[in-house]
Design a protein around this ligand. Structure first.
Ligand code: ADP
Length: 543
């Protein structure tokens, strides 16, 4: 007979089962590394003891101002200490942190604040103008706190209170609110809306806890790590590194502006070991280094995602001395749920092949239970043949709770027991996936699928090109044909013709995939380095 393991004494109890929460990481850092530098922001420095104290004061001050369980606290702020403090202080008050994209306009901010019924808005002085305009559109005005950061440029104080004054109203010894259940909400992240209206993805403590640990494993952070904030912290909670650096007791280096000169300077000055950024950030570093002749003083690991990184960009980034980690994910799965996990023997590949290998989105992370490329209708896995295209599906413990106030979109996103990414990919025989497109961006010409990413990869190989985006244009005969927007490197503007680009593509692409139109000029991107292809499609159509 099987042993009886159902007895009461073997069940969960306070000592062996506690709700997982990334907020715990801060307490540990303060206990273990109290005097180590936790946060650097220009001349401002906080140790882990001080940082924890400030977070606890924020939590207490929020509670004393009537903030309670489930209230939404929004923050409009670049990568500064206040943003880090909000990642701990807000959940420590039992509230939910809503990080706002700093590139949004007043209408979008007002929409999000209204939709989320935000109770308190914390705003950096530099963003006061857009915040003021957003507030004037709101139905119910939240309590507004100004962050008067000494490094903010311009702006005015528009709030009810100054952030530092607000903190003083809190008591750092007051009890912290721990989640009653690990599936309780901790943050709210509105999608950047590249394919439609922004939706508010609600995260849970458990998912953030697990994904933070996963990020540490895959980006290989340790207590000696110095993390530079080149990724906007408002985007998916900085891919969980807002909590992750506390988990290892490393050091945060804040950065208000993502500019190559400031990045290279910070790396050198603070001994940065880790950072993250979209492929556009990699492109910026490459161009910045080429202009100034700057080299890295020590190797830095950079995690990249957000869009498919072209192989030439990966190669050039490695040549600068960065160690690139290519990951893949989306807002709904805490930013990162897959990575191109590297095999040591791939190091001996010739550079071109190596960067192509690295450009694949790869395999599931340690906390993603399953990732498959499946038939979008039957959800059956497709063959690992490197050619059959299907939709990428995820399931595991790092998915959002759902979209705030949006049951229909939530049910659609999780239909069939999987998170439906809407990204199209193939699986190679070794099990590594490679994205071909987003289902909404694929170009269908004469009934054939054309991957916009494949066209971009080819255009990128041209030595004068710094950025490319391929989209579909309606065509009477073919249904759709490809059009490519091209941004040329500085000094190359006006020197490349449409004919030259066409010849370049003809030598490298099948005839049916050849772009019919090239549009040269700057390509507008979102703050997270993404191209909003629906906007480009409209532009291409009317060009
Ligand atoms: P939004 O969906 O609002 O643009 P996200 O930041 O969540 O905001 O975007 C996620 C999408 O970005 C993915 O669904 C995918 O299309 C794209 N993406 C992210 N990382 C990669 C990557 N490594 N390679 C290719 N595409 C990526």
């Amino acid at each position: 007979m099987a042993m009886d393991l159902s007895a009461d004494f073997l069940q969960r109890r306070a000592a062996n089962f506690r709700p997982m929460t990334p907020v715990q990481f801060l307490r540990r850092a303060a206990d273990v590394f109290p005097d180590r530098t936790a946060v650097i922001h220009g001349d401002i420095k906080y140790t882990w003891r001080e940082h924890e104290r400030r977070c606890r004061m924020l939590a207490s001050a929020l509670k004393r101002n009537g903030v309670g369980n489930g209230d939404i606290i929004a923050i409009l702020c670049p990568n500064t200490p206040a943003m880090l403090e909000a990642h701990f202080g807000v959940p420590m008050a039992g509230a939910i942190l809503n990080t706002l994209n700093t590139r949004l306009d007043a209408a979008a901010i007002a929409f999000i604040l209204d939709h989320s019924e935000t109770k308190v808005l914390i705003v950096d002085r530099q963003w006061s103008e857009v915040a003021k305009a957003a507030l004037s559109r709101m139905k119910i005005r939240p309590f507004v706190i100004d962050i008067d950061d000494p490094y903010a440029e311009g702006g005015e104080l528009i709030g009810n209170l100054d952030y530092e004054e607000f903190l003083k109203g809190g008591d750092s010894t007051e009890d912290v609110v721990w989640p009653a259940d690990e599936f309780d909400a901790i943050t709210l992240n509105y999608t950047s809306g590249t394919t439609g209206n922004p939706k508010g993805a609600l995260y849970h403590h458990r998912g953030c806890y697990l994904n933070t640990l996963s990020q540490i494993v895959h980006h290989q952070l340790s207590s000696d790590s110095v993390y530079l904030w080149t990724l906007p912290m408002f985007h998916v909670n900085g891919w969980c590194f807002s909590w992750g650096v506390a988990a290892i007791g490393g050091t945060h280096v804040c950065l208000r502006r993502v500019l190559p000169a400031e990045i290279f300077e910070a790396i050198d000055r603070y001994g940065v070991t880790h950072m993250c950024g979209a492929p556009t950030v990699l492109g910026m570093l490459i161009e910045g280094a080429a202009k100034t002749g700057i080299t890295l003083s020590q190797p830095v690991a950079i995690m990249t995602a957000g869009a498919a990184p072209p192989a030439p960009i990966l190669k050039a980034t490695e040549e600068l001395g960065f160690m690139v980690r290519h990951v893949y994910g989306m807002t709904e799965v805490h930013g990162v749920a897959a990575l191109c996990d590297w095999h040591r023997d791939w190091n001996s590949m010739p550079p071109e092949q190596r960067s192509k290998q690295m450009a694949r989105q790869g395999v599931r992370t340690v906390v993603t239970d399953d990732m498959i490329v499946a038939d979008p209708t039957t959800l059956e896995p497709l063959p690992h043949d490197g050619t059959t295209i299907g939709e990428i599906l995820f399931r595991g413990n790092n998915g959002m709770k759902g979209y705030l106030k949006n049951p229909t979109a939530t049910d659609e996103a999780f239909a069939g027991g999987w998170y439906r990414t809407g990204d199209l990919a193939v699986t190679h025989p070794d099990g590594y996936i490679e994205i071909k497109d987003r289902s909404k961006d694929i170009i269908i010409s004469g009934g054939e699928n054309i991957s916009s990413i494949e066209i971009e990869e080819v255009v990128f190989q041209h030595p004068s090109v710094s950025y490319a985006a391929a989209v579909a244009v309606k065509d009477d005969r073919w249904g759709e044909t490809p059009c490519v927007f091209i941004e040329l490197k500085e000094g190359h503007e006006g020197k490349v013709t449409t004919d030259e680009m066409l010849e370049f593509c003809r030598a490298r692409l099948a005839k049916f995939k050849l772009p019919r139109k090239f549009i040269f000029g700057p390509i507008e991107r979102t703050s997270t380095g993404k191209v909003q292809k629906f906007k480009l499609r409209d532009k291409a159509q009317s060009a």
